[in-house]
Write a protein that binds this ligand. Sequence first.
Ligand SMILES: Cc1cc2nc3c(=O)[nH]c(=O)nc-3n(C[C@H](O)[C@H](O)[C@H](O)COP(=O)(O)OP(=O)(O)OC[C@H]3O[C@@H](n4cnc5c(N)ncnc54)[C@H](O)[C@@H]3O)c2cc1C
Length: 288
Amino acid sequence: PGHDLAGVLPLRTQADADALLKATQDAKQVVIVGSSFIGMEAASSLIAEGRAVRVIAQEKVPFARVLGPEIGAMFQQLHEEKGVKFEVEAEVTALLGDAGRVTGVRLQSGKTLPADVVVLGVGVRPATDFLQEAFALDQDGGLTVDEYLQAADNVYVGGDIARVPLAATGQLARIEHWRVAQQHGRTAARNMLGQREQLTAAPFFWTQQYGKSLRYAGHAAQWDTIMYYGEVAQQDFLALYVQAGRIVAAAAMGRDADMIYIAELLGTGQMPAPADISAATKWVDLVG
Ligand SMILES: Cc1cc2nc3c(=O)[nH]c(=O)nc-3n(C[C@H](O)[C@H](O)[C@H](O)COP(=O)(O)OP(=O)(O)OC[C@H]3O[C@@H](n4cnc5c(N)ncnc54)[C@H](O)[C@@H]3O)c2cc1C
């Protein structure tokens, strides 16, 4: 309840971002629901002198499920140093209001946080209802395609809605990232022109918070271990995610050049075995 109160804002489009900046100009208490990329990036933009920003996180450590607890803790600390506060392992049960305007957020624990603006950084869903008569949609509204991004004769699908077999592992994944949508667009266009090209590019995304950029290549829904090189706490590191004895994804800060080669190795299936990697590995030399 309360999602339709004035001061409760989504963040999906440029217009949403403009409305949010306007609404927060005089805001003293901002609560952000969701601690994934949208919520955390919004927090890094909205924290300001004289304004309290609180992030409500379902998990114990933000980003732990995607990047691992060490990198998540580093981001949380970065935010806390700038003054952002976290409510972790928390669930919102209601948005409270007065005279049609939001005044606070109630958590399952019974705690109430005061708010004059609430940002909803949760709950993005594919807008694919219009396809449901023609296709068997996945439970989350996505559409599964083959490695050519083809869903049916003369129908190709790419971007956020596409559930695609990943070249590196064969696993199906629906990934909501900008570069991935561009990669899909290229491959789908070539195939529509009759080229029969498989999607091999490794998924890639970045996030920027307080001017610090993390880059991620590949896809690891789960992992057995993470191999770290450098210092996570210093925001200068490479993390390699190992699943069933293979490196399936990498995250890094301050190693942009290496990440270009790592993304290529992941996409082309040339990534060496974990035992063949060390701090001295020259990634550029591994690309054939
Ligand atoms: C706030 C925010 C921040 C983000 N930040 C990052 C980031 O830092 N890095 C990153 O990698 N990714 C980021 N993303 C994700 C990235 O924007 C998406 O992965 C990417 O835009 C997906 O492209 P797309 O073409 O699949 O979908 P979209 O960009 O959503 O485009 C779909 C288009 O289809 C139109 N459409 C929908 N239904 C119909 C219909 N029935 N008829 C006609 N048109 C229709 C829509 O209006 C829209 O224009 C962010 C997303 C959000 C919301």
